[in-house]
Design a protein around this ligand. Structure first.
Ligand code: PHE
Length: 354
């Protein structure tokens, strides 16, 4: 009888090879070498056929145990490697917050700065202040009247669907809500101007707004708008178009322009959507602008006489225009931010770029 295979030797060799593996790729190669078709274990199994029944049973059992042991060693090594690799990944992506702790061991305290949305709001305000506008603000919690009714959107009007929102339960059903746009601030300003007898109004009104939108790359459920309102004598649509164009080139740069397209808003008549040259392709046409070369920024129009009526302004004496657009959207377009959700995730690595 020839000497049988050295089973303990096979296991010892396999153990050494497994012990030396340090990466997922290495352990994969070792697994093939120690348990694959060309492994010494497989060779030894092939020898079984030439043995008599008694010897075959004996060696078969040893080989079976050897294979189970080698498999177990492989598995243990795989999870050890996986753990080490994950730990290394974690260590590499670790964020050192001690830098932000006052008086920390990390040395001088790193100074924070305004969030990109606040910076954008400030920059937009600057542009409009330079054009002669005042800056005003209004409440984020509104009544149905300010958010809808006074803006010529009566209860059950289908246009309410464009501004579906969150209602607050303050006793009476569906009368208090989170404002869906900054347009209600127009109403507050006009009411005040009428009370104080100090028309005209030239103001921009930035602030936070809410919609029941599901957040995606271009929408957030909590976002920011800036509203504009001019009420004066002899204001025409040309004043509106000129204001929008002046703002666009001042904020985005001289090669970015605006255009108005007919639209519908209950509180302006006529109404328009305003679009600006796509800041990604500069008007050539690309995926972001659906090959049109233009990106929609907001809505605008001449103040509807019904809105003047609801605040007691004589529409025969006064005319005006209004506009409203997204501050977050402006930041996104100016800085080419692919996904707007980055603005609210508070990842300091994103925020410190601006
Ligand atoms: N409030 C409108 C909106 O949120 C935009 C708008 C403002 C349209 C002012 C016309 C005039 O969609």
């Amino acid at each position: 009888m020839t000497a049988g295979p050295d089973v303990p030797g096979l296991v010892a060799d396999a153990r050494a090879a497994i012990g030396a593996a340090a990466t997922t790729e290495e352990i994969r190669q070792v697994a093939v070498a120690v348990t694959g078709k060309k492994s010494p274990l497989a060779e030894a199994s092939r020898a079984l056929g030439s043995l008599d029944a008694e010897a075959r049973r004996e060696l078969g059992r040893h080989l079976h145990e050897a294979r189970a042991e080698v498999e177990a060693l492989l598995e243990a090594k795989r999870s050890e490697i996986r753990f080490d690799e994950l730990s290394a990944e974690l260590a590499a992506s670790r964020l050192d917050l001690t830098e932000y702790v006052p008086g920390s061991v990390a040395g001088p305290v790193a100074r924070g700065h305004l969030h990109l949305v606040s910076q954008t709001r400030d920059a937009l305000e600057d542009v409009f202040v330079g054009m002669g506008f005042d800056v005003a603000e209004g409440p984020e919690i509104e009544t149905d009247w300010y958010n809808f009714g006074a803006l010529n959107i009566p209860p059950a009007h289908p246009a309410r669907g464009m501004w579906d929102t969150f209602y607050l339960d303050l006793g009476e059903p569906e009368t208090t809500l989170l404002r869906t746009h900054t347009s209600p601030v127009q109403i507050h300003l006009m009411e005040r101007a009428v009370l104080d007898g100090n028309l005209p109004v030239h103001a921009v009104m930035p602030g936070r707004c809410y919609r029941r939108d599901t957040p995606d790359a271009r929408h957030l459920a909590v976002f920011h708008q800036i509203e504009g309102l001019v009420v004066d004598r002899g204001i025409t649509f040309a004043d509106l178009a000129g204001t929008i164009e002046t703002f666009t080139t001042a904020y985005f740069g001289p090669d970015i322009h605006s255009r108005l397209r007919p639209a519908y808003f209950p509180f302006t008549e006529p109404s328009a959507e305003f679009e600006v040259t796509c800041t990604i392709c500069r008007g050539e046409g690309c995926r972001t602008c659906s090959q049109t070369g233009w990106i929609e920024l907001g809505g605008c129009g001449m103040v509807d006489p019904a809105v003047f009526a609801s605040v007691g302004i004589d529409a025969d004496d006064w005319t005006g225009f209004a506009f409203g657009f997204g501050i977050d959207r402006c930041a996104q377009m100016r800085h080419q931010i692919a996904d707007m959700r980055a603005l609210i995730e508070n990842d300091i690595r994103f925020l410190r770029q601006f």
